[in-house]
Every structure is written in structure tokens, then in C-alpha cells.
Design a protein around this ligand. Structure first.
Ligand code: MV4
Length: 503
């Protein structure tokens, strides 16, 4: 087993990796930028080294500084987490060339999966269903027109170097294709330094369902079930769950086998995710993510496997100790990404000091956090503060548990996405599992709430006056605790929920 590990990341995922390392007896070394010097990942690791000032390029993205710390601290391995350098083949190669173990797949696998047309060619050859369309970039608008004629409109122009939705353009009819082609090209060039563009048939209302895989250095690949990630906004996932309410056992097995084949086709080592679009009973390969993902905990809770521990075991050369038949999904898990964004102002980033933090707990509740009271939230990094994850025997019980946990959560000092999540838990389509990647745009009321402090204060005063009037009319006590179903207590004001009364 590797004995020491540099964690080239920050926030909740760095804390998560420290925890796994500690349980395996691996010494963890954190790194930090100036404003993160007292962040939880720094305090919880066995050692911590300063990288530089706040800017990512001079801290968490600096390969030179990270390798300098690795050398100074004498670690054997480097875990990249997600984001930052996690899917940069040159970083994986630099770690390897420095004589260290990179916790993840080979630079070759990362490189191949980063090129979306290369990934599509590899998947097609491995018998994994891909979205109908091209597997090579098109040279010009005329070639794109000819291809679109074959594929059938609407088509989607995509950047070959892409991911994350940049350089994507939906084209409904041939007349608009030349302009969209130029726009996609320009955007791809600006975002990735590579203007290559290709075409796929456009799916208009798919779900985003992804499969977790694990591969060891002995060549075994297993799949660990799916995650339903359809609830997103502008390519930022908001809620994830396992299992997906859309899949039958047959579909799950077919999608899982396709994902394992995908992993085998690229010699996958470590934890990875195969993304699919699912629509009208059919699924299509979208992308392979060569990293641990934010939403890995829902898979952990439903499979009982510690994915970060398995990343570290695999990086140490250990073989998977279980086979596909040993993997079973039990119960239901849901994750909400708690970000420093105001859902009632278009998810506008919110900054400031977290003055008070009350973390939910109790049965089936997990908090993977990267903040503490006193922590200052800035605009330098990703707005993810923490993940709230719940586990229960059924989807319905998990939804109730998440609503309860969100009611317990108090974050003061910065606005968070939590009120949005709380509303989702009550929303009928979500409760029925009727989801697609358009869920948020199709439910605009989830984003129209809150209002400003003054309106809230006025509403609270009006509520108190009403309650007082009510109390005088019914001669009921002022303190009106919930008394359960059948209670006729006229009022029970509480945070985040309806009063439990029949009145
Ligand atoms: C698609 C698609 C519909 N049809 N491909 C968005 C980011 C990139 N990773 C792939 N994406 C999509 N590809 C075809 N042929 C719709 C999307 C898409 C999407 C996919 C997954 C999760 C969220 C999304 C939000 C908007 C569009």
C-alpha cells in the first residue's frame, strides 16, 4: 500500500480524500492557497504546504509547485480530486515522470477520453452505443451540411475538444447551419484552443444517467450501477440520486455492461464514470470522465463500497476483491450540492464569511463538507461548499429524509442553494421521478421565491399578527407545538415547512 499521499485539491473533496487515507493508514499531505490556510482540508491533513496566492494558476493549477511540494514532503502518490488538474493528461504524465503514483487512469486514457471524437470512435469499436452522428470533425460548413442531411435534423454541433457544453449549437434547419458552424468553431477555439467541430443527432429531452466503473491494474473492470443526474442548470448538476427512477433491472444491466466494456476498451484503471443520455428507452454514450466525481457518495451509500479507498488500493496495485456478481444496489441515496449561490437571483454567486453553520445529522444523513464557521467564501474557486447526502430504504423515504435534513441545515453569512433543494423535494414531478435535463427550465417556479429581507420581515410580522388574532378567537395557547396528524392546533410556525395541522 502506498504510505503517503499528496492531495492536489481543496474543499470538500480534499477532506474526503484525507478521511479515506487516514482509514488506510496513509499519511496525507494537503496543499493550500493563501486564503485557504485555515480551511478544513488543511487542518485535517497530517501535513500542509502553502502553494501560493489565491489565484488558481499560482496555486492548485501549478504543476511545478505541486511537484515541488511532493518532493519536499516525500510522498509516494498524488491524488488530483476533481476539477483543477484531474483530467489533464500532462499532469498525470508529469506525476509519473517524477517517479510518483498518479491516483487515476494513465495519461493515455485521459488524453483519449478528452478528445470527444476519439472517444466516440473507441466506443463504437467496443460496441458501446453512441449518439448517431459523426466520429470525426468536419472540415467546413459544406461538409457539415452534407453530414446533417444524413443524420437528420435537428442536429447538434459539438466541439471535439469539448465537454461542459462549450461550443455546442443546436441546428434545426439547413439555412442556419453555416452561421452556427462558424459560431461553434469560434467558441471551441476560444475555450479549448482547438476549433474542431463534429455533429450528432440532437436529443431534445433526454435524461443524464451515468455509470460508475472501477478498473484495477490487473485488467478487471466492474460497474457499480448508475446515477441519475438530470437535475442541472447550465451544466452544473444540482441533485443526483442512485438508483435512477427511470431504469428497469434489464436496462441497468445493459447500460452497466456497456460501461464496463467502455472501461475495458481503454484499459481503465481507477474510478471513472461513463455518461449516457437516455431517451425513449434507448441509451447513448456521451462522454467518459476519468476522475472521481462530485456525486460519488450516492453510489457509495447504495453499493456499500468506499470509492476513494478503492482508488487508493488500486493505485497501490491491489486487485479488486469482488466481481460483478458481488455488486448489488440496496436502498436509495440522494445528494444535494450546497453551493454559495442565491437560487432566487439566478444562482448569483454569494460571498462573505460563514458566520454560523449547523450541519444536519441523524439516521441516514451524510455531510461531505469543505467549510466551517468562520470560513470566508470568495470568488476564487468553485462555489461548492458541501454535499448533503441521504440514504434510506426507498426513494420516498430518501426524499422525506432529505427534506428533513435540509430543514436542519443552517448556513448564515452567505446565501446558499439549499432553499432551491428544499423546494425540489416537494415538487410533484421530482417526487414522481419525472425528470429530464430540462427539469429546471421546465419548473421556473423553483427559482421564484425568497424575495428580499424586507418582504420576508413583513410576512413574518403579518404571520405573527394573524396567529395572535387566531389565538384570541380560539383561546388556544400561544405555544403551538406540532401534535401530529389530527391535531387542530391552529398554527405552528416553523422553518421551511407547512404546519402539521388539519386546520
Ligand atoms: C447532447 C445533448 C443532446 N443531444 N448531445 C451537454 C454537455 C456535453 N457534455 C454534452 N451535452 C449534451 N449533449 C446530443 N446529441 C444534450 C446535452 C446537454 C446535457 C447533457 C447532460 C447533462 C446536461 C445537459 C444540459 C444541456 C445539454
Amino acid at each position: 500500500m502506498i504510505r503517503s499521499l499528496l492531495i492536489a485539491n481543496r474543499g470538500e473533496i480534499a477532506v474526503r480524500i484525507v478521511r479515506a487515507a487516514r482509514e488506510l493508514g496513509i499519511r496525507s499531505v494537503a496543499v493550500y492557497s493563501e486564503p485557504d490556510r485555515l480551511a478544513p482540508h488543511v487542518l485535517e491533513a497530517d501535513a500542509a504546504y502553502r502553494l501560493g496566492p489565491a489565484s488558481s494558476s499560482q496555486s492548485y493549477l501549478s504543476v511545478e509547485r505541486l511537484l515541488g511540494v511532493a518532493r519536499a514532503a516525500g510522498v509516494e502518490a498524488v491524488h488530483p480530486g476533481y476539477g483543477f488538474l484531474a483530467e489533464r493528461a500532462h499532469f498525470a504524465a508529469a506525476v509519473r515522470d517524477a517517479g510518483l503514483v498518479f491516483v487515476g487512469p494513465t495519461p493515455e486514457t485521459i488524453q483519449a477520453m478528452g478528445d470527444k471524437t476519439e472517444a466516440r470512435r473507441r466506443m463504437r469499436d467496443a460496441g458501446v452505443p453512441i449518439v448517431p452522428g459523426l466520429v470525426d470533425p468536419v472540415a467546413d460548413a459544406d461538409a457539415a451540411l452534407a453530414a446533417a442531411e444524413e443524420i437528420g435534423y435537428p442536429v447538434l454541433l459539438k466541439a471535439a475538444a469539448g465537454g461542459g457544453g462549450k461550443g455546442m449549437r443546436v441546428v434545426v434547419e439547413p439555412e442556419e447551419l453555416p452561421r452556427s458552424f462558424d459560431a461553434a468553431r469560434r467558441e471551441a477555439l476560444a475555450a479549448f484552443g482547438d476549433g474542431s467541430v463534429y455533429l450528432e443527432r440532437y436529443l431534445d429531452r433526454p435524461r443524464h444517467v451515468e455509470i460508475q466503473i472501477l478498473g484495477d491494474t490487473q485488467g478487471h473492470v466492474v460497474h457499480l450501477g448508475e446515477r441519475e443526474c438530470s437535475i442541472q442548470r447550465r451544466h452544473q448538476k444540482l441533485v443526483e440520486e442512485c438508483p435512477s427512477p427511470a431504469l428497469t433491472p434489464e436496462l441497468r444491466a445493459a447500460m452497466g455492461q456497456a460501461a464496463a466494456r467502455a472501461g475495458e476498451a481503454v484499459g481503465y484503471v481507477g474510478a471513472g464514470t461513463v455518461e449516457f443520455l437516455y431517451q425513449d428507452g434507448a441509451f447513448f454514450f456521451l462522454e467518459m470522465n476519468t476522475r472521481i466525481q462530485v456525486e460519488h457518495p450516492v453510489t457509495e451509500l447504495v453499493t456499500g463500497l468506499d470509492l476513494v479507498a478503492w482508488q487508493l488500493r488500486i493505485a497501490s496495485g491491489e486487485a479488486l476483491s469482488f466481481t460483478q456478481e458481488d455488486v448489488t444496489l440496496k436502498g436509495h441515496a440522494i445528494e444535494c450540492r450546497i453551493t454559495s449561490e442565491d437560487p432566487y437571483r439566478g444562482f448569483l454567486p454569494s460571498t462573505g464569511t460563514v458566520t454560523h453553520l449547523q450541519v444536519p445529522s441523524g439516521p441516514g444523513v451524510r455531510w461531505d463538507g469543505g467549510i466551517q464557521a468562520g470560513f470566508e467564501v470568495s470568488l476564487h474557486y468553485d462555489p461548492l461548499l458541501a454535499k448533503l447526502i441521504v440514504y434510506a430504504p426507498t426513494r420516498g423515504a430518501a426524499i422525506a429524509r432529505m427534506a428533513r435534513a435540509l430543514d436542519e441545515l443552517v448556513v448564515r453569512g452567505v446565501d446558499t442553494s439549499a432553499p432551491f433543494h428544499r423546494r425540489v423535494m416537494d415538487e410533484p414531478d421530482f417526487r414522481q421521478g419525472a425528470l429530464s435535463i430540462r427539469y429546471v427550465e421546465e419548473h421556473p417556479d423553483l427559482l421564484n421565491g425568497g424575495g428580499d429581507e424586507e418582504v420576508l420581515r413583513a410576512a413574518a410580522v403579518a404571520a405573527a399578527l394573524l396567529e395572535d388574532e387566531d389565538r384570541q378567537r380560539h383561546r388556544t395557547p400561544r405555544i403551538t407545538a406540532s401534535q401530529g396528524p389530527g391535531s387542530t392546533t391552529p398554527s405552528a410556525w416553523r422553518r421551511g415547512g407547512r404546519p402539521w395541522t388539519d386546520a
